[in-house]
Design a binder for this molecule. Structure first.
Ligand SMILES: O=P(O)(O)OC[C@H]1O[C@H](OP(=O)(O)OP(=O)(O)O)[C@H](O)[C@@H]1O
Ligand SMILES: O=c1[nH]c(=O)c2nc[nH]c2[nH]1
Length: 193
């Protein structure tokens, strides 16, 4: 997605520890036109698989996921990181590591909104190690739903998440790919795959 690649080149900041800051377009401020285009791109890619649900995780996955769900005209469900008292039991749970805040987080999805009739694509903001997507796909498996594909806005190829998730045997589609980044070279970013 050329507009996203361009925005990352203009606004991306390399942080210590191999982190990329894109708060101005993905993780704090959101740009409606850019976000809408993300949704269109995901929808174009995954529509042939006929998903009936988009799944993501709060908080930064919600914007690209709802953009994709609007294009596909299907519901979007987000895994919650704290179980609210409104959540109907049984709930599917998994544990993942918050990359930007540190520590383990428990994830919850109610069986009210995910079950055997669902054909699901998962959308998130970052694909790094793949740990978060692994946790989400574990919950899809628990629910009996069918996983059709995975989509992320930014892939950090050098963290090898795509390889770590290869055993799932589903298409992985990303919109921008960070090949590498360093103070010397800057952010080497190309269109996703
Ligand atoms: O592929 P991984 O190594 O799992 O990294 C990707 C995950 O890391 C971030 O989550 P985080 O909880 O840090 O941030 P958020 O609350 O902004 O979604 C990001 O939103 C992805 O969900
Ligand atoms: O804002 C972010 N920048 C990153 O580099 C990253 N990796 C995983 N999750 C991330 N979030």
């Amino acid at each position: 997605m050329d507009s996203l690649v361009q925005a990352i080149r203009e606004q991306g900041v390399i942080l210590p520890g191999g982190f990329l800051k894109v708060d101005g377009l993905v993780n704090h401020q959101l740009l409606p036109r850019l976000t809408r285009e993300m949704g269109v791109r995901f929808a174009q890619h995954f529509a042939p698989l006929r998903p009936n649900k988009v799944l993501t995780i709060e908080v930064s996955g919600i914007a690209p996921a709802i953009a994709a769900a609007m294009e596909l005209d299907v519901p979007m469900v987000y895994a919650r990181k704290k179980k609210p008292l409104t959540m109907k039991e049984p709930a599917f749970t998994a544990s993942s590591v918050s990359r930007t805040k540190g520590g383990n987080v428990d994830l919850f999805i109610s069986s009210e909104f995910l079950g055997p009739d669902d054909r699901v694509i998962v959308i998130d903001d970052f694909l790094a190690s793949g740990g978060t997507l692994r946790a989400l796909t574990g919950m899809i498996e628990l629910s009996g739903a069918t996983l059709l594909g995975l989509g992320c806005v930014v892939e950090k190829e050098f963290e090898k998440g795509r390889e770590h998730l290869a055993d799932l045997n589903v298409p992985i589609h990303t919109l921008a790919n960070i090949v590498r980044m360093s103070e010397a070279e800057g952010i080497v970013v190309v269109a996703g795959q």
